[in-house]
Design a protein around this ligand. Sequence first.
Ligand code: UDP
Length: 343
Amino acid sequence: MKVLILGVNGFIGSHLSTRILGETDWTVYGMDLGDHKLKEVKGHKNFQFLEGDISINKEWIEYHIKKSDVVIPLVAIATPKTYIENPLSVFELDFEENLRIIRQCVKYHKRVIFPSTSEVYGMCPDEAFDEYASKLVLGPIPKQRWIYSCSKQLLDRVIWAYGSRGDLDFTLIRPFNWIGPRLDSLETAKEGSSRVVTQFIASLVYRQPIVLVDGGMQSRSFTYIDDGISALMKILKNEGGKASGQIFNIGNPANNITIGELADTLLKMFKQHPDHIKDPAYSEIVIQPAGDFYGEGYQDIQTRVPSIRNAHELLGWEPTVGLEEALKRTMDSFLEEIRNSNA
Ligand code: UDP
């Protein structure tokens, strides 16, 4: 099988290509702006890479869509701070550029696995979000945070519409706060624009305060990357065509904790880590109003727990990595990265 991964150097793309090339004889065509996360696969005989930009290298992309069996367009902005600071870039990249890719998949009859997001459920009040029953609840227009959710939702609907017309073989996946090595760079976290786990680890490393937005009572269900990739591999294999035309939440409902608890757990782990057990002082945990931390365009999501019934029933998939282990592996990998860069 030939798989085209756009955004192959990202968090999901890099882990997915490692797994594909390690476990199968498939070919991976990958494109990204850089290749620093691809050390494990660079030089592999079944890996072909172009350093490029999806808004520029259009001919390469079209040619490789034609050549591939399945397309996984992972290029997107997915950090809440950017939804508020640069909402149009989110629309342009996450929606407009990806719409072009989807239309080419329709044109050339190629299967697409598209990353939707847990963010599409927005402020849904359900205890567990269901792909086929939950309402998608967004805030008012001046709350610019919702441009990401809205862009992804519209593309989900476009993909669904092509599929229901019989013009597109698709699967929509909704990752729920996936974490692990190579999530975000600690450099972006230094500027305060990272996702929460990387942000807290960076705060610990640089001994800056850990900020709990609005007190940290909001919760998330953190999912270890290897579990997410296992689900993606089942979707790629698509035994019996069971993944086709489906939406799957890919998350770990057992790993649901509040952001306050997350901060306490990471601080405790950091203090016990051999590299830091003797540090003279550690970051303090402080509280900041959302408006001060993110700006007025922010609105939070209080709870986000997936129902994973569909992935279980159709794919036989279950997450296996518990929260402590997932956080430990994530922290260890970042600290190792720092150790190596200082060596
Ligand atoms: N958050 C926080 N402190 C930070 C960064 C994030 O309290 O330094 C909160 C944020 O308000 C949200 C949660 O952590 O409620 C998860 O944020 P993240 O950026 O990881 O993305 P989200 O899950 O909202 O898409």
